[in-house]
Design a protein around this ligand. Structure first.
Ligand code: FAD
Length: 245
């Protein structure tokens, strides 16, 4: 029976590592004492240096990219020139951030039907959490991940996720804005995710639970296409990364 942990508000915790790669920032935060969450959930991450400013300035919703059994909390964020992201980049190891959460219902179905994961850009974050949890549970589901990126160099976690592939899990990376020049040991496509692309790799589409994460326009586009392909809308889970176009 689905029972999300009770969220907590304003938990201060320390950054243990912060690294910038291209336009992505990877933040590792010490897991606060007694903090638990389900794979796929998110937190609100507040910056004490912006205290006193409105919630829309000092806080952002961020998916947890780490799995519940890992020691630290991992967050991957796409950079922009917003005040929040500028302040975020000034932080270093040992600095404090504040967490509210965990929140959300973007969690794995409890039955054994297969799953299709559809990630747009930094929308890969909650899938890392779900995939590491699947691995820890012995891969109970067949999973196909479609990971759409503009340019391959902006693909977060790709080499790590590629190594997880096995007879129950595989990755199709699709590149939308540049030529394919590296393979990372995964199947490569070009262009946006569409049902024709999904059906090329998944024969029994309506049998699957589908999980879509990314910018709202990308999520709604794929959601509509899936609904037109006879998938029961109750088997489509979405997480909209608002703030991205
Ligand atoms: C459930 C969920 C999970 C997310 N997970 C991730 C993730 O893992 N990685 C990632 O990079 N992004 C994630 N996002 C998106 C993230 O929260 C930001 O909206 C996004 O990073 C854009 O922020 P910005 O500062 O770059 O842009 P901005 O243009 O400054 O922000 C976009 C707009 O959203 C408003 N806004 C954003 N957050 C809040 C808030 N908490 N309260 C009120 N207004 C707000 C801003 O005021 C602004 O109007 C997630 C969003 C949601 C809803």
């Amino acid at each position: 029976m689905f029972k999300p942990p009770r969220p907590k508000i304003g938990i201060a915790s320390q950054i243990t590592s912060i690294e910038k790669h291209g336009n992505l920032l990877f933040v590792v935060i010490k897991k606060p004492e007694g903090f638990s969450f389900l794979a796929g959930q998110y937190v609100t991450l507040r910056l004490p240096s912006l205290e006193g400013k409105s919630e829309g300035v000092c806080a952002r919703a961020m998916s947890l990219a780490s799995a519940p059994h890992e020691n630290d909390l991992v967050i991957a964020m796409q950079l922009s020139d917003s005040l929040y992201k500028q302040e975020m980049q000034k932080l270093s190891d040992g600095d404090l951030v504040e967490i509210d959460g965990p929140f959300g219902y973007f969690t794995m179905h409890e039955t054994l039907e297969p799953a299709i994961f559809l990630a747009g850009g930094i929308g890969i974050a909650p899938f890392r959490s779900l995939l590491l949890a699947e691995k820890a549970n012995g891969w109970p589901h067949d999973i196909t991940l479609f990971y759409s990126v503009g340019h391959l160099e902006n693909a977060a976690f790709l080499s790590e996720l590629a190594l997880l592939q096995n007879n129950r899990f595989r990755i199709i990376v699709t590149v939308t804005r540049s030529r394919i020049n590296e393979k990372f040991g995964v199947t490569m496509e070009s262009g946006r995710i569409c049902t024709a692309m999904i059906q090329k790799y998944v024969s029994n589409l309506p049998d699957n639970f589908c999980y879509i994460v990314g910018a709202p326009l990308m999520v709604s586009d794929i959601y509509c296409q899936l609904c037109e392909s006879d998938i029961d809308p109750r088997k489509i889970m979405t997480e909209l990364f608002t703030g991205y176009e």
